[in-house]
Ligand binder design. Sequence first.
Ligand SMILES: [Zn+2]
Length: 297
Amino acid sequence: MELIQIGKNTYYIKNNTNIGIYKINEKDIYLIDTGNDSDAGKKILKIINDNNFNIKGIINTHSHADHIGGNNYIQNKTNTNIYAHKLEQIMTEYTIFEPSILYGGNPHNDIKSKFLMAKPSNVLELENNIPEYLEMIKLYGHTPNMIGIKTNDDVYFIGDSLISEETINKYHLFYIFDIKEYLNTLDYLSTLKGKYFIASHIDIKEDINDLININRNKIYEICNTIINILEKDKTFEELLKNIFEYYNLVMNITQYSIIGSVLKSYITYLINENKIEYYFDDNKLIYKKSIKNNVKV
Ligand SMILES: [Zn+2]
């Protein structure tokens, strides 16, 4: 982990989940996200202490385990306030929600790994507690109420609203809760003017427009792949197997849960857009390409 200054008062810690830091005076700072787990929390706290900073508060962009994983450790050591927006606040306090959403019910122990379920922390609503000089921007889609933070150094911390080209080429179906909202957020991101953009798992960027297009095009490609697979009627499990084979993905319980959940988000989007439909046969739920609307998305 490495502390890098990128504005008068704005820093970030380069990490597998980048951590934002905004200094409100000589000593007090706000942290943006806390990394994977207690170990990340411990390393972040060491950097904070080595630089004689004092944590005034933590802002979480969203409730995924790799963004809130250090909350519990840092809050126990410093008693700091943690803030998150709307549903993300609740899901960061009650971390059972993340594996429950992925599984679609009460998750068994294999789905409650630290990658999918962080330790809980006490969290306050962000919207009425945004520190001076920081601005909250809504980046819904990746999760229901993900937010980004703009600092007055013209730096945007944009959470998981953009995924790297390498990750897209490797996994293809990156996590999205609401496809339509995610596409709206991509349009919104393309309107932002800033000095630097820091997505949580990407190196710092001055220009994000190429990456916005790569993210958007991959979503359209996946939509068309699903529609093409559903030229033949399929159950959910058959469709999921076809998607894993098409993109050369390897099935395990974590991937099954995450990709299965993402596929359901795509199915919802495509049903709402009248691209696919469903029916029941022999007590099986079957999906098929819509005959009402054959136009490609
Ligand atoms: Zn995430």
